[in-house]
Design a binder for this molecule. Structure first.
Ligand SMILES: *Cc1c(COP(=O)(O)O)cnc(C)c1O
Length: 370
């Protein structure tokens, strides 16, 4: 039996806390060929590029079933031509996932990897592209959810596109909709995000916003059927339908989530709330003795990795369980070279929720005696 009590707020990287009205929007059963549903999908596809500061027909939105990784895999496995080569820039687990996907598809790859607390060096990227003319595409994560680090996509895009004329792929899963991004200014050909991060929908699909010219170039390149990004776009364009069963309920929720994002003042308004959440978090955690993993200059406001307190009485599992019992869900760390846990600032949470979490952390700290 599932409890009907109010769910605990999620201070995680996703799935996230969503509004009651977003959840209520799913209380319907629409057929996939239903006129209303087809119009809803069309409206979502029209509105998504605008969140990245661009519009059709220069840019096109493609919705893809599955979690966010499926959409990253769709781009990589559809965009890279036979004989093409990917430069992957990685400073965290999600950058590593890009490398893993490329390898699985036997895509020729050169990887520039950095420690998780370091920005990629622009000079390395410039040099690699200067030396290797066979690199056709470059991929990087914007908000590295492993740590919360924000990679300088505009500076990287300027090198990749304006100087070296290669295709530029950005995994902006945990930032799109919550951090202002302009695809045209950032010289981005393909950007990927998912329904259940900063747009605050429910899980079920991801999306790609593609420069039309870069998308049309992908003819004949797809390495899979279900993740064929170009075929998916053609299907959506021709009759407004998905090629295979669409996540109808998740799309209904997402449409409502887009309305609520607009109601909050768009990406700028949402960014303001997330920044306020982050500000409240840092203002409370530092006095409690917690130290963040990253240097402040590299830290974004999406999610923060905190180092385990250096005290024999700190134990993450017990810390997590006690916070959970008090009604707050935080997240384990993912950094490979330091013991950390993470607290997310995104989803339908407000500074007051963050302050309630901080009070619970203070109480737990006293109970555990660290
Ligand atoms: C959440 C996330 C993904 C996708 O994760 P899924 O579990 O497949 O939804 C990819 N990249 C980044 C940076 C993320 O934060």
């Amino acid at each position: 039996m599932i409890s009907t009590a109010k769910d605990k707020p999620l201070f995680t990287p996703g799935p996230l806390t969503t509004s009651r009205t977003v959840k209520q929007a799913m209380q319907r059963d629409l057929g996939s060929r239903d006129f209303e549903f087809v119009e809803l999908v069309k409206d979502i596809r029209r509105r998504l590029p605008a969140l990245g500061g661009v519009a059709s027909p220069e840019y096109e939105a493609i919705l893809m079933q599955g979690s966010g990784t499926f959409s990253v895999e769709a781009v990589l496995s559809t965009a890279l031509p036979p004989g093409g080569k990917l430069l992957a820039i990685a400073n965290g687990a999600y950058g590593q996932r890009i490398i893993q996907i490329a390898r699985a598809h036997k895509i020729d790859i050169v990887a520039l990897t950095y420690p998780e607390d370091r920005q990629p060096a622009l000079a390395d990227i410039d040099e690699t592209l200067s030396k290797d003319a066979s690199i056709t595409h470059v991929a990087v994560v914007h908000s590295e959810t492993t740590t919360g680090l924000i990679n300088p996509i505009e500076a990287i895009g300027a090198l990749v596109k304006r100087k070296h004329h290669r295709r530029f792929i950005v995994d902006a899963m945990s930032s799109f909709g919550g951090v202002p991004i302009n695809l045209a200014e950032g010289d981005i050909d393909f950007i990927v995000s998912s329904a259940n991060k900063c747009i605050e929908g429910v899980p079920g699909f991801g999306f790609i916003i593609a420069r039309r010219e870069a998308l049309l170039e992908c003819e004949g390149r797809a390495r899979t059927v279900s993740l064929d990004m170009l075929a998916q776009w053609k299907g959506l364009e021709s009759n407004g339908q998905f090629r295979f069963t669409p996540p109808t309920h998740a799309l209904l929720a997402f449409h409502q989530a887009l309305d609520e994002l607009d109601g909050e003042g768009g990406v700028a308004g949402r960014a303001k709330r997330y920044r306020a959440n982050y500000g409240a978090l840092m203002a409370g955690m530092r006095p409690l003795g917690f130290r963040e993993y990253l240097r402040p200059a590299d830290q974004g406001y999406i999610i923060v990795s905190f180092r385990y307190p250096d005290h024999p009485d700190f134990n993450f599992d017990r810390f997590y369980t006690r916070l959970n019992d008090k009604g707050f869900v935080i997240y384990p760390g993912k950094v490979s070279n330091a013991d950390c846990f993470r607290i997310g600032c995104i989803g339908r949470i407000f500074p007051a929720d963050v302050r309630a979490l901080l009070a619970a952390i203070h109480e737990t700290k006293d109970e555990m005696g660290f």
